[in-house]
Design a protein around this ligand. Structure first.
Ligand SMILES: [Fe+2]
Ligand SMILES: [Fe+2]
Length: 181
């Protein structure tokens, strides 16, 4: 049976796949011999602006509420991760805006693009690593299957629009580039 924690772990795997894809795309942005697939980059940023903040973060936050109510885990770590959710959401919006400007043929210096983007990727990867190492093991030990059901019931359900089987209609270009479907 797939538990909610399995879903969170799988989401992290998917997020890393997408972040690595973006890193690869942006790494050759200033190399005229390799074309950056801007439509796919935009789709990836659109996904990052959607599913994680519509479902993945709220689900984690609901689990953190439970840990805090039961005084389980390191409260400082939980608070740090919670505030990272807000920071990530703000940074995702900012990076998306930057690429929208590029997409609309506005001039954005390559150095600014790379600096902003690399900082964003670092932030994302560090967040995933902190959760994997410092909080998922605590949740795995603290929560039973029925705890997870109760936690999940606090959040509006949402399907992953990119990595869920059969969901290629939403992000057609990106699905193809990632070899999904
Ligand atoms: Fe998170
Ligand atoms: Fe997460």
């Amino acid at each position: 049976m797939t538990t909610v924690l399995d879903q969170l772990v799988e989401d992290h795997h998917h997020l890393r796949t997408l972040l690595r894809y973006l890193r690869e795309q942006i790494s050759h942005y200033d190399d005229p011999s390799v074309e950056t697939d801007l439509p796919c980059v935009m789709e990836a940023l659109d996904y990052l602006h959607g599913y994680p903040q519509v479902y993945h973060h709220p689900l984690e936050d609901a689990a953190f509420d439970d840990l805090e109510e039961r005084a389980i885990g390191d409260a400082a770590v939980i608070e740090k991760i919670r505030s990272q959710h807000h920071e990530l959401e703000q940074e995702t919006a900012a990076v998306r805006q930057l690429f929208e400007a590029i997409y609309n043929d506005q001039v954005v210096p390559v150095s600014r693009l790379k600096e902003t983007f690399n900082r964003y990727l670092d932030m994302q990867f560090r967040h995933l690593q902190t959760e994997d190492e410092e909080i998922f093991p605590v949740m795995a030990e603290a929560f039973s299957a029925s705890d997870w059901e109760r936690i999940a019931a606090k959040v509006d359900p949402a399907d992953d629009p990119l990595f869920r089987p059969g969901s290629i209609e939403t992000y057609r270009e990106l699905s193809a580039s990632l070899g999904l479907g």
